[in-house]
Design a protein around this ligand. Structure first.
Ligand SMILES: NC(=O)c1ccc[n+]([C@@H]2O[C@H](COP(=O)([O-])OP(=O)(O)OC[C@H]3O[C@@H](n4cnc5c(N)ncnc54)[C@H](OP(=O)(O)O)[C@@H]3O)[C@@H](O)[C@H]2O)c1
Length: 244
């Protein structure tokens, strides 16, 4: 295959954790990968070095705060400038923290909504024509709490409910050229701001498969949806049965 025919993916929030695994999995499947990061530039650069070590010129990084409405367009422009095509956008970057109703202010509302919901919309808008040209697709990383709210996380849960709807709405609007799907993780990696051991135990014991998932499970589902030709507007829960 000519290098210009190699598929290109843009993965947001790809420096660490689940996003990094998605980037690695897509790269292993042959994609060239634009690794987007915000604060984690060193981790993003290390990941790009790792991937370029396997196939030179197959990974690059771009930094940007997705709360800035100009950034989604800049990310797409950077991919096109680098590789002149775009086949897949994975909206993985997200903010997650509690917002008890009594304390939540407009700033937290905007922080969560701008990152988790507005940015995926603006990225879809900026990427649509390029994805149409390659018959590409979008995969949004949602959350099972977009369907069943997480206590004290009303704003986060609502952003993810919006992302679930955005997935289906865009699937309808961007068809037939562009497919849009989602993956809804259950408990995969504990949040870094800490949960008590008791809460962790409760989450695992309320999961029918009785364990945490792994970032690989999410990355596999993303790749499956990216490769499928006849699936659009679907959000697959990868949650060990927790949403049952
Ligand atoms: N972890 C889980 O078990 C779980 C469960 C359900 C759903 N999910 C979903 O799965 C996805 C990945 O989860 P995760 O736990 O790996 O995510 P995470 O570590 O909480 O965040 C992923 C990345 O998002 C980026 N990000 C946050 N705000 C940003 C902003 N304003 N602009 C640009 N980038 C920003 C950060 O990049 P930098 O580090 O570069 O700043 C961060 O590394 C998320 O969509 C999450 O909602 C995860």
């Amino acid at each position: 295959m000519n290098d210009n025919d190699t598929h290109v993916a843009l993965v947001t929030g790809a420096a660490r954790r689940i996003g990094a695994e998605i980037a690695r999995r897509l790269h292993a499947a042959g994609y060239r990968v634009m690794i987007h990061c915000h604060h984690s530039r060193d981790e993003a650069a290390a990941l790009a070095r790792e991937l370029n070590g396997r196939r030179p010129g197959s990974a690059a990084i771009i930094q940007g705060d997705l709360r800035d409405a100009r950034v989604p367009g800049r990310l797409v422009d950077a991919v096109i400038a680098q590789w002149q095509r775009l086949d897949l956008v994975v909206n993985n970057a997200s903010r997650f923290y509690p917002t008890p109703v009594a304390d939540a202010g407009l700033e937290t509302w905007n922080d969560l909504f701008d990152t988790n919901l507005r940015a995926p919309f603006l990225l879809a808008q900026a990427a649509a024509a390029h994805l149409a040209a390659t018959r590409g697709s979008i995969v949004n990383i949602v959350d099972i709490h977009g369907e069943r709210p997480l206590k004290n996380h009303a704003i986060y849960s609502t952003t993810k409910a919006g992302l679930d709807m955005l997935t289906r709405a865009l699937a309808k609007e961007l068809a037939p050229e562009v497919r849009v799907n989602g993956v809804s993780p259950g408990a995969i990696l504990w949040p870094e701001n800490g949960l008590t051991e008791k809460t962790k135990q409760e989450i695992v014991s309320s999961t029918p498969l009785q364990e945490l998932g792994s970032p690989v499970d999410i990355a596999d589902a993303v790749l499956f949806l990216a490769r499928s030709h006849f699936i659009t507007g679907q959000v697959i829960a990868v949650d060990g049965g927790r949403s049952l």
